[in-house]
Design a protein around this ligand. Structure first.
Ligand code: SAH
Length: 388
């Protein structure tokens, strides 16, 4: 059988169950069609597992099985384990939206699957996973019995795999939006045009934190998307929760999420605006500012510019927040790790001349598990800061 053979001494990562193979680690590459699954062997001839390969990608191979397990059995088993983990942590009667598969975090490179009530949304990032899609669909449809299955693979990164962005209805009826429940709170999720697959499921724990800490406060939800933090703040007894986002569609849905939760009309203001400019308004009276920007660093070479962006918004928030106040600040860039992010927040505090204390640290929610063998799956970090 055609096998990929790794160079001597370059098999350690795969033996440690890391999923990625770079071309520099490969000694022998047989003929193959891009997207094909091939056996991976050490230079000594040990079978290390199977990976799908694509010459167009900087990450030429991604492991889908380790040891002697067949690739198909491994995909089925990984999906089963992903479902079991979610079952252990959520009560579907109070939270019916969750990430069912978190790519390498669940041992399934290139695949994200989110369930919104009874609508399943897939995101496929790689050619190899594209070829495994029928198997994935078969297993997930049998386990979850969704009303509809959508694909939202509108990912620019697919171009590096030789794939075009792709969106389609894969099964069932077309759905434009769906009403979910998270910790008993209803939200609209736009499925046709929303960001990510529709909702930031990774912020579930932070939403709970906002609800617990907002009482009596005037909250500014910067980078609000569809207003989920604002809704939680109002439910938690905030005096007001204002939302700012550049996306008009997101702000419109944020207003609908307020209505859905019966929030009074003076519960918050909505602004379609750039946060970098908005935070320069001297008249702001908020004593709780939430900063949840998009990933400023999408690749390693962006890190310096990204840190400048994070520092600017955090400095502005420290300058603007009424004291004693709270700032809840996030970075979802994998390349800016927690240590670096804390340094950036330190610089921002220093420049603003404020006393800043970390009172809590936050990570991505449980259904975005970090694979201990593949730490690249960790990306979201946040600090709740007390500013006086
Ligand atoms: N906290 C949100 C998710 C935020 S995602 C939630 O839990 O749902 C980041 C958001 O920032 C996106 O909605 C995007 O439209 C918005 N955005 C990106 N750049 C922006 C800018 N410069 N000013 C305001 N909003 C911006």
């Amino acid at each position: 059988m055609n096998a990929v053979v790794l160079k001597p001494g370059r098999d350690k990562a795969v033996r440690n169950r890391h999923h990625w193979i770079f071309s520099g680690a490969i000694r022998d590459l047989p003929d193959f069609e891009d997207g094909a699954i091939l056996a991976v062997r050490s230079s000594g001839g040990d079978l290390l597992g199977h990976a799908y390969f694509n010459r167009k990608s900087a990450i030429i191979g991604r492991m889908i099985s380790f040891g002697a397990e067949s690739p198909e059995a491994a995909v089925r088993a990984s999906l089963g384990r992903a479902l079991a983990l979610r079952k252990a942590f959520v009560d579907p009667a109070v939270t019916n939206a969750r990430r069912v598969v978190n790519a390498e975090g669940d041992g399934l490179p290139g695949l994200v699957a989110d369930l919104y009530d009874d609508v399943l949304v897939l995101q496929v990032a790689t050619l190899g996973m594209e070829k495994l899609k029928p198997l994935v669909l078969e297993v997930l449809a049998a386990a979850l019995r969704p009303r509809s299955v959508l694909e939202r693979s509108d990912l620019p990164a697919r171009r590096e795999e030789g794939l075009e962005p792709y969106e389609a209805l894969l099964a069932g009826e077309a759905v434009d939006r769906v009403r979910i429940l998270e910790a008993g709170v209803p939200f609209w999720v736009g499925l046709a045009k929303g960001q990510k697959t529709g909702f930031y499921l990774d912020q579930r724990e932070s939403r709970r934190l906002v609800r617990e800490t907002a009482a009596g406060r005037r909250v500014l939800n910067a980078f609000s998307y569809t207003g989920s933090f604002s809704v939680m703040a109002v439910l938690g007894g905030a005096a007001r929760a204002d939302s700012v986002d550049t996306s008009e569609a997101a702000i419109a849905l944020a207003q609908e999420n307020f209505e859905l939760n019966g929030s009074p009309s003076d519960a918050g203001l909505f602004f379609t605006a750039d946060v970098f400019e908005f935070l320069r308004e001297p008249a702001l009276d908020h004593d709780y500012i939430i900063l949840d920007p998009p990933a400023f660093a999408k690749k390693r070479t962006d890190v310096v510019a990204a840190c400048r962006g994070y520092k600017d918004i955090n400095r502005l928030a420290f300058q603007r927040v009424r004291t004693p106040g709270l700032v809840l600040t996030f970075s979802c860039s994998h390349f800016v790790d927690e240590t670096l992010f804390q340094q950036v927040v330190f610089q921002a505090a220093r420049e603003a001349g404020r006393r800043v204390r970390i009172v809590q640290k936050h990570r991505q929610a449980f259904d975005h598990p970090v694979n201990i063998y593949h730490p690249e799956t960790s990306y979201l970090k946040g600090f709740l800061l007390y500013v006086d």
